[in-house]
Unconditional design. Structure first.
Length: 154
């Protein structure tokens, strides 16, 4: 006979093991990260979260609404993902690699890694072009396939 009460949903033993290992790794990384100047690291995390949540998310949303209205005005809303996905990936890469793309930390990067910081802007532009080009090719192929289906309907 089972007693009524709160039942904690547990996954498989492998899921629990992976969860415990991920918490252990996160804890270890946190201890190592905060080992030096913990106040500046904590301040950077809080600042990054505030900047992202209060500044960047509203900008993302506003840009997406403007893009959506533009596509709706042109009567091409179904093309929106073919612009949205490569733009989001490109902007994510820009956000992550901005210090090197802009060249602001080129000297520090070169002295820390021994590698040349040149080429990050060119590589980011190339990746962006490939993302948008691949999206355009996919759009053309899907439109062609849709046109063939419409032609072959009985």
């Amino acid at each position: 006979m089972r007693r009524p009460g709160i039942r904690i949903p547990l996954g498989s033993p492998l899921q629990l093991l992976l969860l415990v290992c991920s918490f252990a790794l996160t804890g270890y990384a946190g201890v190592r990260l905060l080992e030096g100047d913990w106040f500046e690291v904590a301040l950077w995390f809080v600042g990054a979260a505030v900047l992202h949540d209060l500044v960047l998310v509203p900008l993302y949303g506003a840009a997406d609404r403007v893009l959506l209205r533009g596509f709706e005005a042109a009567g091409a809303r179904r093309w929106m993902p073919y612009v949205r996905v490569p733009a989001a990936l490109s902007l994510l890469l820009l956000l992550v690699w901005f210090p090197l793309i802009s060249g602001r930390v080129a000297d520090r990067y070169a002295s820390g890694t021994g590698l040349s910081p040149d080429g990050f802007l060119a590589r980011w532009l190339l990746i962006t072009a490939v993302l948008f080009g691949g999206s355009a090719v996919l759009l053309v192929l899907r439109r062609r396939r849709l046109a063939q289906k419409v032609v072959h309907l009985p």
